[in-house]
Write a protein that binds this ligand. Sequence first.
Ligand code: HEC
Length: 466
Amino acid sequence: MKNFLKKIWKWIDDRSGISESILPVITHPVPPRAKWSYVFGSATLFCFLLQVITGVALSLLYQPSSKEAYQSLQFITNQAKFGNVLRGIHYFGASAMIILVGLHMMRTYITASYKYPREMNWISGVFLLIFTIFMGFTGQLLRWDSNGVWSSVVAAQQLGRVPFVGEYLARLLLGGNTIGGQTLSRFYSYHVFIVPAFIFLFVAFHLYLVIRNGISEPPKAGRMVDPKTYRSWYQNLLKRKGVPFWPDAAWRDIIVSAFIIIAIIALAVLFGAPALTTPPDPSMVQTSPNPDWYMIPFFALFALMPHKIESIAMLLGPLLTIILLFSIPFISHKGERSPLKRPWAMFGVICVFVFVISLLVIGLQASWSPNFNTKPLPLTDIKSSNPDSTIVKGVHLFYAKGCQYCHTINHYGGKAGPNLTTVGNRLSIEELKVRIVNGGKNMPSFGGILSKEDLNNIVSFLHSQN
Ligand code: HEC
């Protein structure tokens, strides 16, 4: 029996060349003293494989049509065996993948692993970052509940405001002028065929480059990268001190990846997938979207930008960011790799990190988008104990004209604009009129919309709130 198995293996190995081609790769020498911080890349890869497996499993039951998508997800969540856990793994796996891609990128930046000869490793990595974010964005819509759909509507509106090409891009993204069945098929195609195909391709290329150029040695202050001598120096280092990748360096990757995957599954079992909100209703623009956490920094960024510079910034911001990311290895491809000797580079990465985290925190706290679900303010809740008819009319208009979508009075209303509970203390009648007629940053001007009488009623109501 043993001999028979050996024969089979010999046959396979002879015809395929496994031990000639694969074995040298997994036992190829790598620099000694690998660090724990070098594990994020492989952990990302394992998360991606987990996403592929759970994604394929989900696709067995998911129906990508606007009529059935919501029901099929409901079926997966509530009836299918382990369906909720499966969705949970796919959700937490996506979150983990985004975090790990970020950490991997930060590590390679901090250790300047993008310098000669690994520029292309970095560039293919930037592509993989973009693909990963796009997967998160498209996956959110496939949920086809009001949350997922309206988050995409808002994103498409933002895209549509980009000068010159915005409308075209938005139409390309959505497969039409509005979100509908064709958008769902299109996003399904992006999420399940097109982008994963690119990810597989780029991951293969990325890994090939890791083998070709070798894993970067942990940097040391004062040891410069010189493109003329680096390769021979590196080969020499491997010859003298190299250790086989498997098992000397790879055990760390295996432990960390296993831990992360167990953590993802545990989270999925404990919490399940995020609950589906109501089915989307194309006739109703009345929800405030609540995008997945990894999309929130983008939403917060656009919400915080002053409207005047916004449309230019919306074109230039992402464009410059992507150009900058791609050009990092060309801006500096030799010299110091140690973070201790690159204070400005470290300062930059800390700034970016703080910026993104602040956007996330701001975005999670603020409801910057109007709250269309607000209930009318009851008359018992206004400040004037004995409201006359102008004030009562003002209260109704404040709701009917949509002011309350953005402004809160006594806990009723949205938070996109300032709280007006005590605005009577702050602003005079004249000032109130000016503010409402002219509008302001993120406040529409109501000059042409309100009649003089309406305006007077609203103002006398607001002025009584002190
Ligand atoms: C789309 C959201 C939105 C809507 C709708 C809206 N506002 Fe505002 N409003 C804002 C924002 C944002 C500001 C802050 C403007 C600024 O800082 O320049 C503001 C400012 C104000 C102010 C000045 C507050 C202060 O403390 O300085 C008043 C008064 C006001 N709005 C009244 C109204 C009234 C009345 C309506 C309805 C007719 C209305 N708003 C509709 C978003 C909105």
